[in-house]
Design a protein around this ligand. Structure first.
Ligand SMILES: Nc1nc2c(ncn2[C@@H]2O[C@H](COP(=O)(O)OP(=O)(O)OP(=O)(O)O)[C@@H](O)[C@H]2O)c(=O)[nH]1
Ligand SMILES: [Mg+2]
Ligand SMILES: [Zn+2]
Length: 353
């Protein structure tokens, strides 16, 4: 039988139990969200849930509302087929991005993730600045990242080698797994990372193969995937974030592809993705050095002597600019989800069986 600990409710959360949960309430994990509709999961199964009214009165921003992966305190009713969410446990880790056009408001993507797989496809999608942005997002939320270069079957081994080298040359030291859902190559390395009771999140553009990866692991075609057009434009096949528990107790959060990733975490995140530059900047003459023109700038000196690559430096500047003058143009026009309504209905129907 599944226990809460199998779903990731470990001593860290247990220690916070009495702060969050009131008498008569149970613990569950949020497995899907759509506006005010939720699915929650416990050791027994998955049921629909709604937020207690107090959330609407007291929540100061959407960040305080439960998101996929959150642990929540709930009250079951109607023969345990429905629940009300009363409280959210603190998040040990999270993935979030800044909301378009606002200064401080974030949008939560998922919570309590052990490893974020940042998926890029080898041919159309490969893009180092974007990869850096995802790495910053992971660092901001204290999530360990692993890069997945998918669809290796579409390029030659030489081309793959060049891409791997480009990643290293950009100063990215994160683990990279190159794999193909078609040939199955690279899956050994992927399997090695996966452990029961751990939660993994798939991030990356639409059409790179995130959902296919999960289907490949389950050996079933439960989740919808769709071919990408000739230009590589994805069509957002996955429309909601969803926590999936595989047979072996490995948990995956699948997410809809992000067309463009604006930014993200605060300044801390930027410097975290670029520790090498942060370290260099300790030696700058001025504490508020902008590393662009100042005399005695250790970052510029490092470029001059070849210690720091131009490419990495411009990646840093670009990212800094984006987080300063925040601008986000990603298309988050998810087709509003009749699909989710149907999903809830299916779950309810299955419960009655
Ligand atoms: N050649 C090749 N095609 C793949 C591979 N993995 C996935 N695909 C195909 O790529 C297309 C998109 O895959 P999805 O899994 O739907 O992509 P996704 O990242 O989940 O996309 P969104 O849900 O829109 O974010 C499908 O037609 C898959 O069959 C691969 O390793 N090689
Ligand atoms: Mg998908
Ligand atoms: Zn400097």
């Amino acid at each position: 039988m599944t226990r809460l600990v199998d779903l990731g409710f470990d001593p860290w959360f247990e220690a916070r139990d009495h702060d969050v949960r009131r008498e008569g309430q149970d613990i569950a994990r949020v497995s899907a969200v759509d506006r005010s509709s939720y699915l929650i999961r416990n050791e027994v199964g998955e049921v629909p849930a709604e937020l207690a009214g107090k959330f609407y009165f007291h929540a100061e921003s959407s960040v305080e509302l439960p998101c996929v992966g959150d642990w929540v305190a709930v009250q079951y009713h109607n023969d345990d087929t429905e629940a009300i969410i009363h409280g959210v446990f603190p998040r040990r880790t999270f993935l979030r991005r800044k909301r378009a056009g606002t200064e401080v408001d974030y949008q939560m993507i998922a919570a309590n993730i052990d490893i974020a797989f940042i998926v890029q496809s080898c041919h159309f999608d490969f893009n180092l600045p974007r990869l850096n942005r995802y790495l910053v997002m992971a660092a901001d939320g204290h999530v360990e990242p692993i890069v997945i270069l998918a669809k290796t079957d579409l390029i030659s081994p030489d081309e793959l080698q060049q891409k791997l080298e480009a990643i290293r040359q950009a100063g990215i030291t994160t683990r990279v797994i190159a794999l193909s859902n078609v040939t199955g190559s690279g899956f050994d390395g992927f399997h090695q990372v996966l452990m029961p009771g751990r939660t993994y999140c798939l991030l990356g553009s639409s059409g790179v193969g995130k959902t296919t990866l999960i289907n490949h692991l389950t050996g079933r075609d439960d989740l919808d995937t769709k071919a990408v057009s000739g230009t590589g434009e994805g069509t957002h096949t996955t429309t909601r974030r969803q926590l999936i528990v595989l047979d072996k107790g490995i948990m995956f959060i699948d997410t809809p592809g992000m067309r463009e990733l604006g930014l993200l975490g605060a300044g801390e995140g930027v410097s975290k993705g670029f520790e090498d530059i942060t370290e260099l900047s300790m030696a700058c003459r001025y504490a508020d050095c902008s590393h662009t023109q100042e005399a005695g700038c250790a970052v510029l000196a490092a470029i001059a002597n070849g210690e720091l690559s131009e490419e990495r430096y411009s990646g840093y500047l670009k990212l800094r600019k984006e987080s300063e003058h925040y601008e986000m143009s990603y298309l988050d026009k998810r087709k509003k989800d009749k699909a989710f309504g149907r999903f809830i209905k299916t779950v309810k129907k299955n419960l009655k069986k």
